[in-house]
Ligand binder design. Structure first.
Ligand code: 13P
Length: 289
């Protein structure tokens, strides 16, 4: 199946009270692990690419080529969207030109009026091309490609104003943080989520910082209108741990050096297991059928 916009999968998720996982990709192994797991689980999936990962993987066109090749060669039949994560205005335009099926424009650090103006332009472009568009209000804490936020909460009225522009999905800060949560974290602000959901109606809401949020809070957020959950750090942690354990076990040394395919195999399996675990929690297994 060719790449699809995330619109239909997210609208179905919102109506069905489950969430679609958006998993960041960083290399071939991650991409293949996520696609194969989605197919095995019959789950729609979103492959997310940060601008930093885009540069690392030799540019957006390279990524589009790799993902399209895998969809065909691995015979993937579940819906897959290729999505820019936390994009700048220029980054969003570059991904649209390169063949992504979905983009996020993160204008949350801009003055609100500028966020609105730039989001509006991208709404028009994405509408014409049939792509999905994510916008953000209220920055998400933690560090993402050098941008540090404070885990603030979005203003529900601003959320409504951006949602009314005709975007596909809305990311809004509700006390969530990228990466590991600090010990004194107070948890998600369900009161804020509730107000945003009330004003934005059917709009699929996006929860960034999916790593480290307790399962019961994830499930409650889904019940209050979250339909897309982003996960990155947890996959990084299991990948690094599995690779470290392989090296420590010294499996391949014996005078021959490391075979990169063997070296990365445990990390590949670890990501498959992590993605499946997340899809179970999010409730997306079997929803591709
Ligand atoms: P985590 O790294 O906390 O899983 O967050 C990922 C994310 O929100 C990417 O946009």
């Amino acid at each position: 199946m060719a790449l699809v916009s995330a619109k239909e999968m997210l609208q179905k998720a919102k109506a069905g009270h489950y969430a679609i996982g958006a998993f960041n990709i960083n290399n071939l192994e991650w991409t293949k692990a996520i696609l194969l797991t989605a197919e095995e689980c019959r789950s729609p999936v979103i492959l997310a690419v940060s601008e930093g990962a885009g540069k690392y993987m030799a540019g957006y066109k390279t990524i589009v080529g790799m993902v399209n090749g895998m969809l065909e060669e691995l015979k993937i039949t579940v819906p897959v969207a290729l999505h820019l994560d936390h994009g700048s205005f220029e980054g969003a335009k570059a991904c649209i030109n390169a063949g992504f099926s979905s983009v996020m424009f993160d204008g949350s650090s801009l003055p609100f009026d500028e966020n609105v103006e730039k989001t509006k332009i991208l709404v028009n472009t994405c509408d014409v091309l049939g792509l999905s568009l994510e916008a953000e209000v209220g920055s998400i804490g933690g560090e993402e490609d050098g941008v540090i936020g404070q885990g603030e909460c979005a203003d529900p009225k601003e959320c409504k104003a951006i949602a009314d522009l005709g975007i596909t999905m809305l990311a809004c800060g509700i006390g969530n943080i990228h990466g590991k949560y600090p010990e004194n974290w107070q948890g998600l602000r369900f009161d804020v989520l509730d107000s945003i959901q009330e004003l934005t109606g059917d709009m699929p809401l996006v929860l960034h910082g999916g790593t480290g949020i307790p399962d019961d809070q994830i499930k409650k957020a889904i019940s209050l209108g979250v339909s897309k959950i982003n996960v990155n750090t947890e996959c990084q942690l299991v990948f690094a741990e599995a690779t470290r354990a392989y090296i420590e076990a010294d499996k391949d040394l014996k005078g021959k050096g490391y075979d990169p395919r063997k070296l990365l195999a445990p990390g590949f399996e670890a990501i498959k297991a992590k993605v499946k675990e997340k899809m179970e929690i999010f409730g997306s297994i079997g929803k591709a059928d």
